[in-house]
Design a protein around this ligand. Structure first.
Ligand code: PLP
Length: 407
């Protein structure tokens, strides 16, 4: 008899996007003629840039020749991509990263979800609240979350990020072993300054906390005081793993390529207090359970760093950030309170006084035919907010603002 991992059973009632889909489907049944604008799920809409396409076409052609065929590649990624990552994402910012510290993968979702494999079940986990749900759900699966009580998992430490604290998390009173930070933040679209992030690195250093730093939206940063990498903070390599993705940087949500940096000087501990290299453990996990991102994909990702690739990708990101500005300016001009959108493709909208996230979601859907994401779906501190994304087409973004103005 195969016994199941019963932790999975705890998750069933907790799936935000299927709840949204159900509501949208029932709206469509009763309003078949209305044109819906989807600003809910955070997928991109603009096509891959020409430099990436060209590189991938070339790689496909290579694969059709005896000399250019590539079978299994190095699980950690081809040196051509790892070198491009180190040179452009780190060395260019004065950060030294060794080739053995970079692990190319098929996505930051997989990486942030799988990283828990190398950590003991009994660790206590802290998350900023609201939060990208993957950090919580994967810890529920691993048995680290306890029981769900009033919308919170009993063994997870929730660190509120709301307008009241300027979306800057405070150090928690309860001890945590693992902390997830995501900046620029999904869902709030807010960021931390260098000094604010330094506070967390110092806290982690003083308390032996492991930071999982997800910077999937790094490419959207405009403000020079916002760090692009946690390793811009001194000694952060001793406490942090960093996750990056080509999904939002270069439209790879359907292509799939990302990477994790696991520094060699970063240690975990055995119960007896002996140090263990997390780099070695992750390498073992990665090479055992993952067989590498495809050659064609990695050639595409490499092209993101070519001079043309950089320019083209920047143009797409600028396109989304102009959408963000149009949305933010438009909503503010109707008297709405809007956060984010300056260094991130997400806008975090305060619902009108006394209106819940789900009620506001319904109002937007029924009165403006716009689909957002109710803030409470990202955690208890998301109640009273709604997330809109700037990943849509320009025309739809302008149309969405017009519809909201008429509401
Ligand atoms: N991390 C955050 C914070 C995200 O918002 C997302 C996607 O929405 C991901 C990771 C997933 O990225 P990927 O497409 O690389 O799996």
């Amino acid at each position: 008899m195969a016994l199941v991992n019963e932790n999975y059973l705890k998750l069933q009632s907790n799936y935000l996007f299927s709840d949204i889909a159900k509501k949208v489907n029932s709206f469509k049944l009763t309003h078949p003629k209305e044109a819906i604008i989807r600003m809910g799920i955070g997928d991109v809409t603009q096509p891959l840039v020409p430099a990436v396409l060209e590189a991938m076409h070339k790689a496909v052609d290579e694969m059709g020749t005896k000399e250019g065929f590539h079978g299994y590649g190095p699980e950690q990624g081809y040196p051509f991509l790892v070198d491009a990552i180190i040179k452009n994402d780190y060395a260019a910012r004065g950060i030294g990263i060794d080739a053995g510290e970079v692990f190319v993968s098929d996505g930051a979702k997989s990486d942030t979800g799988n990283i828990g494999d190398i950590l003991r079940q009994g660790n206590s986990v802290g998350v900023t609240d609201p939060v990208y749900p993957v950090y919580i759900d994967t810890n529920v699966m691993a048995g680290r979350a306890g029981a769900l009580e009033n919308g919170k998992w009993s063994d997870i430490v929730y660190i509120p990020c709301t307008a009241e604290n300027g979306f800057v998390p405070d150090i928690p009173l309860r001890r945590i072993d693992i902390l997830y930070l995501c900046y620029p933040n999904n869902p709030t679209g807010t960021t931390l300054t260098h000094q604010e992030l330094e506070k967390w690195v110092n806290y982690a250093l003083a308390n032996d906390v492991l930071i999982m730093y997800d910077s999937a939206y790094e490419a959207y940063i405009r403000d020079p005081d916002v760090p692009h990498s946690i390793y811009e903070i001194k000694r952060a390599k001793k406490v942090a793993i960093e996750f990056r993705s080509f999904s939002k940087t270069a439209g790879f949500t359907g292509v799939r390529c990302a990477y994790a940096v696991v520094p060699k000087e970063l240690n975990g501990f055995t119960l007896n207090g002996e140090k263990v290299s997390l780099n070695k453990l992750w390498n073992r996990r990665h090479t055992t359970k993952f067989n590498g991102t495809s050659y064609i994909t990695q050639r595409g990702a490499e092209a993101v760093y070519s001079p043309e690739g950089k320019e083209q990708v920047k143009a797409t990101i600028d396109y989304y950030m102009i959408n963000a500005k149009i949305l933010k300016d438009g909503l503010q001009s109707c008297g709405m309170t809007v956060y984010g959108g300056d260094n991130a493709p997400y806008l975090w909208i305060k619902t009108p006084k006394g209106v819940t996230s789900w009620k506001f979601f319904d109002t937007l859907l029924y009165e403006a035919n716009i689909v957002g994401t109710p803030g409470v779906g990202f955690g208890p501190s998301g109640e009273g907010y709604l997330r809109l994304t700037a990943f849509g087409d320009r025309e739809e973004t302008i149309e969405a603002v017009e519809r909201i103005k008429k509401m």
